[in-house]
Design a protein around this ligand. Sequence first.
Ligand SMILES: NC(=O)c1ccc[n+]([C@@H]2O[C@H](COP(=O)([O-])OP(=O)(O)OC[C@H]3O[C@@H](n4cnc5c(N)ncnc54)[C@H](O)[C@@H]3O)[C@@H](O)[C@H]2O)c1
Ligand SMILES: O=C(O)[C@H](O)COP(=O)(O)O
Length: 528
Amino acid sequence: MKVLVSDPVSQAGVDILRQEFTVDVRAKLSAEELLRVIPDYDALVVRSETKVTKAVIEAAVNLKIIGRAGVGVDNIDVEAATQKGIIVVNAPEGNTVAATEHTMAMMLALARNVPQAHASMKQKEWQRGKFIGVEMRGKVLGILGLGRIGTGVAKRALAMEMDVIAYDPFIGTGHAKALGIELAETEEIFSKADFITLHLPLTPETRNLINRDTFARMKKGVRIINCARGGIINEADLTEAIKAGIVAGAAIDVFGKEPVEPDNPLLTVDRVVLTPHLGASTAEAQVGVAVDVARGIAAALRGEPVATAVNMAPVAPHVLEVIKPYLNLAEKMGCLGIHLTDGRINTVDLEYNGEIADVDTKMLTTAVVKGILNPILQETVNYVNAPAIAKARGIRVKEVKSKETVHFANLITVRIMTDKNEHVVAGTLFGKQEGRIVMIDGYRVDVAPRDWLLIGPHIDRPGMIGKVGTILGDYNINIASMQVGRTEEAGTNIMVMAAESDIPTPVMLKIKAVDGILGAKLVNFNAG
Ligand SMILES: NC(=O)c1ccc[n+]([C@@H]2O[C@H](COP(=O)([O-])OP(=O)(O)OC[C@H]3O[C@@H](n4cnc5c(N)ncnc54)[C@H](O)[C@@H]3O)[C@@H](O)[C@H]2O)c1
Ligand SMILES: O=C(O)[C@H](O)COP(=O)(O)O
């Protein structure tokens, strides 16, 4: 496997990747060069500089994972990656302290005119009266986005005796209460805050969030700090608001276009403190994010689930422990189910019975959907894109859970409904690892789902197994195991034969033509 590192990333992370993979470090590739080389790579490691566009993703024929050595993934087309089944992982915690401390440094520098005073002294001046600042103590700090960094800033601001209020619609009041701060609506923050600091992701909702209109509603003399993402503040409007005296000053680490271009309006005003996206630039943070992302990439390339994947439903370690032994079985059940069906799939119902119903089974459901879609689609279907592909195809997937069981400690039942008919497959684990199919369309069976399975419902009369066995024998196809499944009602049975090799179509046609066979199906688990 080959990994491309296309932004400056700490050697500690590169070393971890080199233990298992071939790693090329090629920082500062142009967009054209990236498009040209990306087809060679299985994994890509970036920071915020490399733009992983839709075009890059389309060209990336071997790419399985994109690792972001940091938090923000707005430079990656996550939707395009998801569609293509490429996992995107980030390293969300490694640079939290660095970005938090940089925010505090920026806020203090802004309040006390540190860079302006420094620049003046470098001009051999001694201007004590020109750089009168303001104290933080007793001032209202409004935080937009109370996640990891927003929370860190709140704690430090409280230590500086500021009054802290925060807006974050996705955080519970308990979190704010435990911190000792108040949650507020944006209007309250705009009207009360002396300092406003942004700690939001850049999303379609937050893009241009702070603009001419919002500045007009802010307290006169407010100071703005942005160490989150450039596109959240309209830079031209901020410049105007500074010139108009609405904003007393701004400390900005991140910009709409990076590197900043000479015509950026913020470069024309004095009352700003600017840094070139340095929030995460500490020795400690760079080692932290590089090591975290390298571990995530290595795990994903080994086929293990990664907790920091941003385009997969997160799975808690204790849940993973319970569901992991069932993942392969669930996928095989989906594969078996789709081979039984005819017609257009409308709905897939999953029923989880027993102790397994106690945990989050979303990943198992995804495994079933993956098993259903893989045999019928050309594109790669995996844990990342399976739910989106099912949704795009109008397939409804529903889960039902119950602790009640009849014959087995745990049972998974998959019901696939098409516009023509409905088929049901149930499976369980024997021992701790051995997946078994225990029911097909109401027939009780006990089958290990592997290689090739011939499934033949038939009329319950003597000689049926012999006829099918003879056809297979004539074509030199060996049967590894065979069994007959029955239902409560007499009249029909199902034969399930595990073949040691593929059964070619002409042979299947002969079997289907046997008098008394009610539609034979071949399941190839190797292809699914
Ligand atoms: N300057 C840097 O070098 C640097 C370093 C690290 C992180 N960052 C950036 O800082 C920001 C915050 O990072 P984090 O690690 O704290 O992320 P986080 O995910 O922990 O926190 C983001 C918070 O924003 C909230 N949020 C999302 N949409 C919102 C909306 N529309 N309105 C209000 N709140 C909303 C979320 O609920 C979440 O609590 C991100 O943009 C990240 O990319 C910058
Ligand atoms: O989102 C992040 O992690 C920060 O903005 C850091 O970006 P960087 O890795 O390019 O410094």
